[in-house]
Structure formats: C-alpha cells, structure tokens
Ligand binder design. Structure first.
Ligand code: IPM
Ligand code: MN
Length: 360
C-alpha cells in the first residue's frame, strides 16, 4: 500500500493543539482508506527561537524537502516581535520551497453561521488561487533618509512573466477540474482574474495579457472574467455564487481570503495550502496561533482538519480527503453549536475524536 512521509510543524500558541487533532484525523483516514502515513515533528516556532535565537536551522528547507508534504499548525508567538517568525518561518518556507500557489477554498459548511444574509452552502463555495511567492511579498524596496522629515519608503510589487503564467496555468487547470459552473454569470467553468487594471497599470497589464494569451492558447473551454479587487470584496459579500475559481496576486489574495474566511464562518474552519505542484506543499489552518487560548482545549481544530483533507487530495488520496470533508459537514450540520473557541459545545480533542470516529 501507499505510504507518505509528513513533516508536522505544530508551531506556536494553539498550533500544536489543532495540529494534533489534524494528525489524529489523518491517521484515522489512513486506516480507513488503506494507506500509511509517517509523521515527523519539527519544533520550529517561537519557543525554539527564544531558546536558540535562531528562527529556522540552516537545514530546515532541505529536511522538509525529504517529505511528501508539510502539515503546519500556526506561527506567531506573543513574546516575539511581530514579523520575525512570520517572515523567518512561514514566508521563508513558502519562498525556499517555491510554494507558488496559495490555495484557499471559501466553502460554507452546512449549519455554519455566515454573516452574509440569505446565502448558504450552495452560494458560498468557490476557490481563491493566490500567487504565493511574488508581488509585494518579495520584500524589494527600502527606506532612505530614515528618521528625517524627507524619509522615503518603497515597497515594490514585482512580477515576471514566468511567475504570472505558472500561477495562471494552475488556476486554469483548477477551474477545469473543479467541475463547477459559475452560477451567476454563465454556464461554463469560469476563472476570474482579480486585479486593479485601472490603477496598477504595469503589473496588471502583464497579468491581464498573460491571462488572455494563456486562455486563448490552452484553455478556450474556460470562461474568463475580470474583477477589480475592491469590487471583488463587494461581490464576495453580495453575490458569492458568481464565483467558481478566482486568481490573484499575493497581497490581494492575502486580503480577500480573510474576507472569504469570514463569509465561511471564520478562522475556525478556514484552511489553505501552500502548493508547489512539482515539489513539497504545506497545508495550514489560516487562522493563526490564537495564543490566549493556548492549552485550554477550546480552540476549533476543524480548520486544521480541513487542511489535512486538502493535503490528502493533493497527495492523490482524493477519496480520503473528500470523506473527511463529508464528516466535517455532518458535524457542523448536526453536532457543533458554533465554531468559535469555547463555543463549540465540545472541546478541541472531542471535535478531533468526532471526526476520527465519523471516518471509522
Ligand atoms: C497568511 C498570513 C501571512 C501572509 C502572514 C502571517 C505573513 O496572513 O498566510 O495569509 O500575509 O501571507
Ligand atoms: Mn493573511
């Protein structure tokens, strides 16, 4: 039978607690569907940094590359200055492992409360493909004349054709295999480009031309839409059923996926994958480390569990990944009182048990 090597980075705050439940569920899925998973723990995170003064060991990327995938809890420690761990661990690994796609499903599970009036699981079910290694996130720029009245700060949005094209191709492929139809504006599989062509005329000129060139060349079966990013925020609230697959830059994707997460019930359930389709991908709940709940066994592990489901699908175990999702849907519909920490009617470990038992 098949066997997978998974690196587990529990990380900071409640990260290890939710990662533990994710691992519990992954083990149950492996038993049920007849494959094997070996987990190796890595202690990267704030505690290790405070102890060793080193954010990531030199060997980290090479060590992680030896695995089939990485399962991450959360990064962010209250005693470490904001930015150090985020940049030094999360962003560093995305860049070093060339995880150039950040895949973030916006999916409302049944029974989950959404702030979007009159919309349900039928309407809120799409995917955002966020470019994950370029744009403003490259850190290019600087500050000069610092501390003077004339100081100048520059942070550049940089994209080359190669980065844009590989991201677009991933998104087109995803739109093709998603098998969904864009319900609001057409009856074909649809990819929507999210940009700001009216202002950021250089970067989005490149994105828009590449979008249509790649589309004309290889994806004439996929309908193409374009949305400005500000309008996208409106439509995500007003008419989320319009969307099938959206593709966008790193920064815009960061912003709109938090909005998307809220429409699907919040950080307790939102999962994402940092994907290198040719390499090692990293899956995570996108909610952060929620340090104030650490050790209380109250945080919602469903986001981590859904990240595990995404990981299995990416590894080729779609049946197992889908089965986890189905159990999660059953639990949100029939068991949990809510998704927020302490408001679930169950503890963290109990929710993990529910999913694992549901699978068995
Ligand atoms: C995310 C996070 C990160 C990002 C931060 C923690 C660096 O917000 O994964 O969306 O901006 O990408
Ligand atoms: Mn973010």
């Amino acid at each position: 039978s098949k066997s997978y090597n998974i690196a587990v980075i529990g990380g900071d705050g409640t990260g290890p607690e939710v990662a533990r439940e994710g691992v519990k569920v992954l083990k149950a899925a492996a038993d049920k569907f007849g494959f094997k998973i070996d987990f190796t723990d890595y202690d990267y995170g704030g505690d290790r940094y405070l102890r060793t003064n080193e954010v990531l060991p030199e060997s980290a990327a090479d060590d992680l590359r030896q695995h089939d995938a990485i399962f991450l809890g959360a990064i962010g420690h209250p005693e470490v200055k904001p930015g150090i761990l985020e940049k030094g661990i999360l962003l560093k690994l995305r860049f070093e492992l060339d995880q150039y796609i950040n895949l973030r499903p916006v999916k409302l599970f049944p029974g989950v409360e959404t702030p979007i009036k009159d919309k349900g699981p039928e309407e809120i079910d799409y995917v955002i493909v966020r470019e994950n290694t370029g744009g403003i996130y490259t850190g290019a720029g600087g500050i000069s004349m610092k501390g003077t009245p004339h100081e100048v700060a520059v942070q550049s949005m940089i994209y080359n054709r190669f980065q844009v094209e590989r991201c677009l191709r991933y998104a087109f492929d995803y739109a093709r295999k998603s098998g969904k139809k864009s319900r609001g504006v057409g009856n074909e599989n649809t990819l929507g480009l999210v940009g700001k062509t009216n202002v950021l005329t250089h970067v989005f000129d490149l994105w828009e031309r590449a979008f249509h060139e790649v589309g004309d060349a290889d994806y004439t079966d996929i309908r193409r839409d374009y949305y400005h990013v500000d309008a996208t925020c409106m439509w995500m609230v007003k008419s989320p059923e319009w969307f099938d697959v959206l593709v966008t830059t790193n920064m815009f994707g960061d912003i709109i996926t938090d909005l998307g997460a809220m429409t699907q019930g919040g950080m307790g359930i939102a999962a994402g994958g940092n994907i290198n389709p040719e390499g090692v991908s990293m899956f995570e709940p996108i909610g952060g480390s929620a340090p104030k709940y650490t050790g209380q066994n109250v945080i919602n592990p469903l986001a981590a569990i859904c990240a595990g489901s995404m990981m299995l699908k990416e590894l080729g175990e779609a049946e197992a990944g889908n089965a986890i999702e189905a159990v999660v849907a059953d639990i949100t519909a029939n068991k949990l009182k809510g998704l927020a920490a302490g408001k679930m009617g169950y503890s963290t470990t109990e929710v993990g048990d529910l999913v694992a038992e549901g699978l068995a």
